[in-house]
Design a binder for this molecule. Structure first.
Ligand code: ATP
Ligand code: MG
Length: 308
């Protein structure tokens, strides 16, 4: 059982590295002009609101899961460059910091110029894609076969990009055509090919381990010097993907979410859905933590050892 308390804020202090951004879950620090340190906190959001308390070790679990995928992707697609450098902390951190905690939740990455696009791949029709299809028979403007049912597996995974909104904004689904206009034909083709290739490999890999990756979002950077397209951000975590438990999968209805179902159900049943300033009770924290651990263990074929 998790013994540690959740880490929801990370400050490396005056002697540490400069924080350059803070997302819903991660804090980003600058190491130097070429290198960033991503630190995942234990914060959790549901229905677009961040809960007051966190899930102990969630950040470490997600960082280690992402690192696992980066290594797998390097073996599957050796020609695709990624920003992943290591999960070892650089020297120069103040000794007052909880080193072991930080270590497991940190990732050193190459700093890149990010393409203004969320590269989504969908293998199943759900969420905003299902909503659009139900209305117009299309998904991101792509005409789909008639008679699809909710959560149905698509004959072939599709590339369905969206814009990358500014902080606080909302990403907008766009057609592959519009994406090509946004980032250019050649880069778009490379991003599409890479995204589909990773998704197909990862889907098969996860399916063997009892998890359906229904859809996922990648981000890419461009190397201004070489013109190369580089896979960045986090990859194939429950935060960037829809994971479904394979043994509960059923076409024709919405699916339970692997990680946040317990939390969402509790928020809904207690009338707190969408409210700010909510703290999860111990039971919700424990049950949610269990799911993150389970996803990590299934997908990495290894046991998670708690950090004190
Ligand atoms: P949220 O995920 O909370 O909606 P967010 O995506 O802005 O917001 P994070 O995911 O915490 O926040 O932060 C990651 C940010 O870093 C993103 O803006 C992402 O595009 C950017 N990023 C990812 N990889 C790199 C990289 N290699 N170099 C520079 N920026 C990167
Ligand atoms: Mg993000």
């Amino acid at each position: 059982m998790a013994s540690s308390t959740a880490i929801t804020k990370i400050d490396l202090g005056a002697d540490g590295f400069k924080k350059i951004a803070s997302g819903k879950v991660r804090e980003i620090f600058e190491i130097d002009a070429q290198t960033l340190l991503f630190v995942a906190t234990d914060r959790i959001s549901a229905y677009d609101v961040i809960l007051d308390n966190g899930i102990p070790q969630k950040g470490a679990l997600l960082t280690q899961l992402s690192a696992h995928w980066f290594k797998l992707i390097a073996s599957w697609l050796p020609d695709l460059r990624t920003h992943f450098l290591s999960t070892t902390l650089p020297p120069g951190l103040p000794s007052s910091l909880p080193f072991q905690q930080l270590q497991r939740r940190s990732m050193l990455v190459d700093r890149l110029r990010i393409l203004p696009l969320e590269s989504i791949v969908r293998g199943y029709i759900t969420g905003s894609a299902w909503a659009e299809y139900s209305k117009s028979g299309t998904v991101h403007g792509i005409l789909m076969p008639k008679g699809l049912r909710e959560s149905q597996r698509l004959e072939k995974p599709i590339w369905t990009p969206s814009t990358k909104a500014e902080v606080g904004g909302k990403d907008e689904n766009i057609s592959p055509e519009a994406a090509r206009e946004l980032i250019g034909e050649a880069v778009a083709r490379r991003v599409e090919e890479a995204s589909l290739a990773i998704y197909e490999k990862a889907h098969a890999y996860a399916a063997e381990r009892g998890i359906i990756i229904a859809d996922t979002k990648f981000e890419f950077g461009g190397d201004v010097l070489t013109g190369e397209v580089v896979l960045v951000d986090e990859v194939l975590t429950p935060d960037s993907s829809r994971f479904w438990p394979a043994d509960q999968y059923e076409v024709g209805r919405s699916q339970v979410s692997y990680d946040k179902q317990y939390l969402r159900d509790w928020l809904t049943s207690s009338g707190l859905k969408g409210k700010e300033g909510v703290s999860m009770p111990e039971e919700v924290v424990a049950e949610t933590g269990k799911k993150y651990r389970e996803a990590y263990e299934k997908l990495t074929d290894s046991k998670w050892s708690d950090i004190a």
